[in-house]
Design a protein around this ligand. Structure first.
Ligand code: NAD
Ligand code: IPM
Ligand code: MN
Length: 351
């Protein structure tokens, strides 16, 4: 097949992990006879430095005309002063909105060889296999922001239609998995959460009666997630709760560097990125974990290009590289750590 993929390396460790993602994509293209056209485009802080805009017009149009977008990470101290007028993160939010990717899938699976990499006890982690469906283009991230001399506010808004479509996306996933959906909200305090809970209850009763629905308050969910993570199958939640809970959930897998994501809308086009950021504390040292990015490439192959066998083979190659102890410092424990490049090589050689 032929496919155009926009590649946005971004900032910090973004270019380091994307380099491995691109090598794997090219290898899979060659091996399976696909012609992938990869176009690298400036984005985030790198684009601010070049053009003053984190999402330049040419980058946006390159993403809109691609079948899929692969993103590293954006941001960093250089662009993070509270007084800054323009920020890398604004570019990411604008890109998600422009692509219409309202459903952010963040799977969390525990690899047996990494039970010791987590700060949590192995017996709690064994067999964990869950997926977050985070609403990505609404809520407090996108509401009106106000600031005056002695106050500030961020408005959180959700419409019925926004809640319906994300709940349907999560319920369809739950149908294909273990038939269990947990919806996470703060309906004891927030009006948006009360709407969320009512709409979720109705959509599930009317359209997905065979999926078991449980509602959970977000503070309790944060606790249950590390107390009994195996009980969860699909979790659906609003934008900011999903952001916070998935960084927490990364410690089930053992590192923030391991978790991939797929951001999807109504069509085939998607945005694929590891859930972590630009990791300024380790950037430029060649030690970032590339596996979250490589697993994001697998999600890209599966969801936007329909290449199931290729996606499966990439996921299997990552799992084998981990079993063979190709581990970057964040997950190596007492073993000799490998570099970002060596971890990428370990996957490439197994593809
Ligand atoms: P971060 O995710 O960049 O890093 C948090 C911690 O996890 C750091 O100690 C870092 O070294 C570690 N880490 C992250 N990814 C890793 C990897 N692949 N391998 C090994 N260790 C890894 O979060 P932060 O430091 O709070 O944020 C830094 C910048 O990244 C901020 O500007 C933030 O806005 C941005 N950010 C961007 C994205 C994105 O582009 N999608 C996501 C999250 C944060
Ligand atoms: C993520 C990030 C982003 C978010 C930031 C960088 C805007 O933390 O993708 O998880 O909060 O969505
Ligand atoms: Mn985040």
């Amino acid at each position: 097949m032929k496919a155009h993929i926009a590649v946005l390396p971004g900032d910090g460790i973004g270019p380091e992990v994307i380099a491995e993602g691109v090598r794997c994509l090219r290898a899979i293209g060659q091996r399976h006879g696909h012609s992938f056209t990869l176009t690298e485009l400036p984005f985030g802080g790198a684009a601010i430095d070049l053009t003053g805009n984190p999402l330049p017009e040419a980058t946006l149009s390159g993403c809109l005309s691609a079948e899929a977008v692969l993103l590293g990470a954006i941001g960093g101290p250089k662009w993070s002063a509270p007084e800054a007028k323009v920020r890398p993160e604004q570019g990411l939010l604008a890109l998600r909105r422009a692509l219409g990717v309202y459903a952010n899938l963040r799977p969390v699976k525990v690899h047996p060889a990494l039970l010791g990499a987590s700060t949590l006890k192995s017996e709690v982690l064994e067999g964990v296999d869950l997926i977050f469906v985070r609403e990505l283009t609404g809520g407090i991230y996108f509401g009106e922001k106000r600031r005056d001399a002695d106050s500030a506010s961020d408005l959180c808004t959700y419409t019925v239609a926004e809640i319906e479509r994300i709940v349907r996306a999560a319920a369809r996933l739950a149908e294909q998995r273990r038939g269990k959906l947990v919806s996470i909200d703060k309906s004891n305090v927030l009006e948006t959460s009360r709407l969320w809970r009512q709409v979720t209850t109705r959509v599930m009763r009317e359209e997905f009666p065979q999926v078991a629905l449980e509602h959970m308050l977000v503070d309790a969910a944060a606790m249950h997630l590390i107390r009994r993570p195996r009980d969860f199958d699909v979790l659906v939640t609003e934008n900011m709760f999903g952001d916070i809970l998935t960084d927490e959930a990364s410690m089930l897998a053992g590192s923030l560097g391991l978790l991939p994501s797929a951001s999807l809308g109504d069509g085939q086009r998607g945005l694929y990125e590891p859930i972590h950021g630009s990791a300024p504390d380790i950037a430029g040292r060649g030690i970032a974990n590339p596996y979250g990015t490589l697993l994001s490439v697998a999600l890209l192959l599966r969801h936007s290009l329909g290449l199931t066998a290729e996606a499966d083979s990439l996921e299997a190659a990552v799992a084998q590289a981990i079993s063979a102890a190709a581990l970057t410092p964040d997950i190596a424990g007492d073993a000799r750590p490998v570099s970002t490049r060596e971890a990428g090589e370990a996957v490439l050689s197994r593809l």
